[in-house]
Design a protein around this ligand. Sequence first.
Ligand SMILES: NC(=O)C1=CN([C@@H]2O[C@H](COP(=O)(O)OP(=O)(O)OC[C@H]3O[C@@H](n4cnc5c(N)ncnc54)[C@H](OP(=O)(O)O)[C@@H]3O)[C@@H](O)[C@H]2O)C=CC1
Ligand SMILES: O=C1O[C@H](COP(=O)(O)O)[C@@H](O)[C@H](O)[C@H]1O
Length: 518
Amino acid sequence: MTYNNHVDTVSPEGAIYYLFGATGDLAKRKLFPALFSLYKEGKLSDNFAVVGLARRPRTNDQFRSDLYESINEFCRYKPDDAELWNRFTEHFVYMSLDINNVDGFRELNALSTELDKKFNIPGNRLFYLALAPSLFGPVSFNLRDGGMLESKGWHRLVIEKPFGYDLPSAKKLNEQLNQVFKEEEIFRIDHYLGKEMVQNIQVIRFANAFFEPLWNNKHIANVQITLSETVGVEERGGYYDKSGALRDMGQNHMLQMLTMIAMEPPSRLHGEDIRDEKVKVLRSLRGYTSSDDVRKHVVRGQYTEGTVGGKELPGYRQEDSVDPESMTETYFAAKVYVDNFRWAGVPFYIRTGKRLPVKTTEVVVEFKSMPENVLFAQRHDLSPNLLVIRVNPMEGIYIKINAKKPGSDNAVQPVSMEFCQSCQIGINTPEAYERLIHDAARGDSTYFTRWDEVSHAWEFVDRIAQAWREDKSDLAFYPAGSWGPEEVSRLLDEEGFHWWPVNGQEEDNVIWITNNGK
Ligand SMILES: NC(=O)C1=CN([C@@H]2O[C@H](COP(=O)(O)OP(=O)(O)OC[C@H]3O[C@@H](n4cnc5c(N)ncnc54)[C@H](OP(=O)(O)O)[C@@H]3O)[C@@H](O)[C@H]2O)C=CC1
Ligand SMILES: O=C1O[C@H](COP(=O)(O)O)[C@@H](O)[C@H](O)[C@H]1O
């Protein structure tokens, strides 16, 4: 199988990028590397500037040296070409600023006018808020009150998740932002939408005669979406203990992936058309009708001490900044229905958890079985056909079919045919953040979440959270390094399904036909 590497060389028009939270973890691990990759690939025009903003004092030189360390450690390109590096860092300045101090924004405005002149920038301004969500509203007001939105060009606000804690808080935040920015100026990040293979879902679906005609309840038995992580809560215990897996991964990444799998084909490949179709899926999610209904369809768990990759690990309650009696879930799985004509009756099983045995994000589409007692099904226990989309860290797809066992008397054997994209082009695909910053700079909001998507997702998730608040007794415990609470399998047992093995757990009896050298 071949892969044609298409490089998008369109440069956005010049702009100043304001990085609020420039001394934070996200800037270091994701945002600086993304900017450098864009520069290396010619996707940033030369008329750009980046202003790093946070409270702690930093000289421009210190800031540029932070930049170097971050890129050296986390970027897929290394800062080893001194001339290119100097040209790149010339565009970076740092200013100490407290979000709550409007005078700082006036100073920032004066600095911006100088940068516009120096780099020939037509007043375009992109504000990236890598900040605690409580600061999103105050920044917006001070951007306005400090005169930052009076320049001639466009103004765009890119905001990190979480967008609220529940529907009421998300509404309040949205109302604050709307006092300053129009919906089309707000770019809500869900970094899963920037992932190569999540974007590939619509190509696989809508560009293949193999799949689209079968993509419905007549042919699909169930869909399984797994986002498993080996990491625990790392340094984010304070945030995570208030959030939990449902809000941290469920409300956003998991439901977004579900919409990409379930949406109708948009009439045009335009951002608004695609988002319209995704909203329709979110609107069709069957809400749980009662707390008992939630308990029947949703399982939650928390990791206890255990072993991952031979390493002894503490339980969640022993993690830094976590309440030693915490009842926060680090795992959840749910059976979800999309009540529309295409999907009526097809269960979507979703699961995510921390401290699971492997890091993988995968979608398994299980097709309905062949009629029983006909031809080969009479004599063999035929395995259902699967389409598996591997999102990360491995990227690719495989299909599992039944074929004749060579040399046998019509014995049937499952065969997997794999296109391993990451094996062909390595880990060199653009990082999600790279794509998303580039898209925001070009004003393309296709892979950002619109307010109606966010609000429907909260509505669905809030019902679960409410049931969990009322009664905490269903929180199950699982040792770190296991696949989560055992009762999870009951979600699938009822329909006679089981979780298919994900990457790293392949079944032994399957023959692989692959381009990855296996
Ligand atoms: N880190 C991650 O992996 C992910 C993070 N996110 C989201 O990204 C956002 C940032 O996260 P992260 O980088 O981890 O957070 P950090 O706590 O590491 O960084 C927060 C940043 O905000 C700055 N800051 C805090 N208060 C103020 C203030 N009053 N005025 C100006 N600057 C301030 C801090 O700098 P200083 O103290 O110098 O002022 C620091 O640069 C959050 O919304 C988070 O949920 C989303 C997904 C993943
Ligand atoms: O948004 C988040 O995502 C990460 C997982 O992202 P991935 O790209 O590494 O799959 C998760 O660890 C984190 O808790 C969550 O906030």
